[in-house]
Design a protein around this ligand. Sequence first.
Ligand code: 6CS
Ligand code: FE
Length: 319
Amino acid sequence: MITEKAEQSEQSEDVYQSRNGDKPKIIQRVDPVVYAQAANPSLIAEDLQARYERQGFLVLDNVFNKREVDSFRQELNRLNDDKEIKASAEAITELSSDEIRSLFKIHEISPVFKSLAADNRLAGLAQHLLNDRVYIHQSRLNYKPGFRGKEFYWHSDFETWHVEDGMPRMRALSMSIILTENDQRNGALMLIPGSHKKFVVCEEETPENHYSVSLKKQEYGIPSDECLASLVADGGIVSAIGKPGSVLIFDSNMMHGSNSNITPWPRSNVFFVYNAISNRVTWPFCGLSPRPEYLCSRKAIRAIEPRPFNVAVGQSIYA
Ligand code: 6CS
Ligand code: FE
């Protein structure tokens, strides 16, 4: 059994120092974006891989067919209606209602999303881009319900995963599968093209148990107004709109956020975060205790063997 002290000694060099009292500033990324040597045409076309490297994200349309999307949405609703799940630690409700805002660790809670996480169109592509075997660092359903679904303020996921989880380098990416139509009106994800190549140093120390607040409304680990304005001046802002079955891939250090949803239309997406096995989390760089396992795989780091999603797995639950 590794004691906490021993785990703390695992600490690697803090290449991306943030929230340690330094003034907010922007430094250059020192890690590659795409670790693969060349595009693997069976997984991604060369021009798309080059675009991903340059802008830090891609929206791939029609990756999953209607039958597959129907099984995802049936599972989304089943989990949302399950009282035990709603009362669990993994379920984060909205500040202004008891509606689920996010449900974490769905790659373990749900047989459907466990199977989806290993699908070659996702895990196979992540393995290729990161040029390493991959594991799920974090998975979640972001429901962003209609009428009162609140915003996710601008942030770099990597800044949080580095400072609060101990992820050493930028060798991870998120894949978001669109389950309900995402458009400008109902709070589609907004991204700043090219921002993934700059690391925004945030100020102020991380509070204890920050996640108990940040997952509802993030106020630490967010860019200063000046840094944000500078990123937007360079790259602009793009909305990741797409139909159910599309996939948004974005680099771990992509600056992103999304507006509140006051329309009647939920903006629900599945998120899988693939991290390279060689980049497994060490000790949090903020020096605080590690976040819970449902936010950051630490004790259960297992490389994924990509295999096709089994659409029948949903039917077995609902039979
Ligand atoms: O703290 C985290 O890990 C979560 N927070 C946000 C706003 N995005 C990434 C992740 O879900
Ligand atoms: Fe995020």
